[in-house]
Design a protein around this ligand. Structure first.
Ligand SMILES: [Fe+2]
Ligand SMILES: [Fe+2]
Length: 214
């Protein structure tokens, strides 16, 4: 790991810790019906699939373009896995309508440079997803829903981890000047700030801070 990536990882993890800790405290909450929480996952998966797809044509670097294309397909796969699980749990998802975007997704959609997109979409958002999904899996395990845990363990989490690692690799390659490194850091900080607010608002609405990401 380069010095830059080690610095950015430390900076990110510091701000990510309270977000993940909030979810951990909620693992044993009675709040948040599992089916309701899985619908949050559906919304997040489709939002991230669309985001990566939207970035693909306007990202000039072929390697990054392909990373977004790959992510689009993976997140679409996660959507389908969660939809299938919800169907088995008795929820009809054929008419699922994603809720309107939140301020975090509006910020993400407005990013125009490769370094900002990689720093926010792959490097940071995927770390949030991985952390909050681990909490959600613990909640499902505590409720005896081992099939949902298995789906996350075997399929979704390995992809989220791979997305995050591609973010590390691409940032190391493209954030090559002090200005770009600072831009990456600022983008990471801004996204985590927005994620903390968005998740806190959703936690109030859902009655639990333990719900999945993308
Ligand atoms: Fe992902
Ligand atoms: Fe995902």
């Amino acid at each position: 790991m380069t010095n830059l990536i080690a610095d950015l990882e430390a900076f990110k993890n510091e701000q990510l810790a309270p977000i993940v800790a909030a979810g951990q405290l909620s693992i044993s909450d009675a709040g948040g019906d599992t089916k309701q929480l899985l619908q949050i996952a559906l919304a997040n998966e489709i939002n991230v699939a669309e985001l990566a797809a939207a970035w693909m044509p306007s990202t000039p670097e072929l390697e990054v373009k392909l990373a977004f294309a790959r992510q689009t397909g993976d997140e679409a796969g996660h959507f389908l896995l969660v939809a299938e699980r919800l169907t088995l749990l008795g929820l009809d998802v054929r008419n699922f309508a994603p809720p309107p975007g939140n301020p975090m997704f509006e910020f993400l959609r407005g990013l125009t440079t490769t370094v900002e997109r990689v720093a926010a979409g792959l490097f940071t958002l995927e770390s949030i997803a991985y952390g909050v999904n681990e909490n959600f899996m613990a909640l499902c395990a505590a409720r005896g829903d081992h099939e949902t845990v298995r789906i996350y363990r075997e399929y979704i989490q390995p992809d989220e981890k791979a997305h995050q690692e591609s973010g590390q690799r691409l940032l190391a390659k493209y954030a090559t000047t002090p200005e770009l490194a600072q831009l990456a850091r600022d983008t990471i900080g801004k996204l985590l700030e927005l994620a903390a607010h968005t998740r806190a608002a959703a936690a109030t609405r859902l009655g639990t801070a333990c719900f999945p990401g993308c």
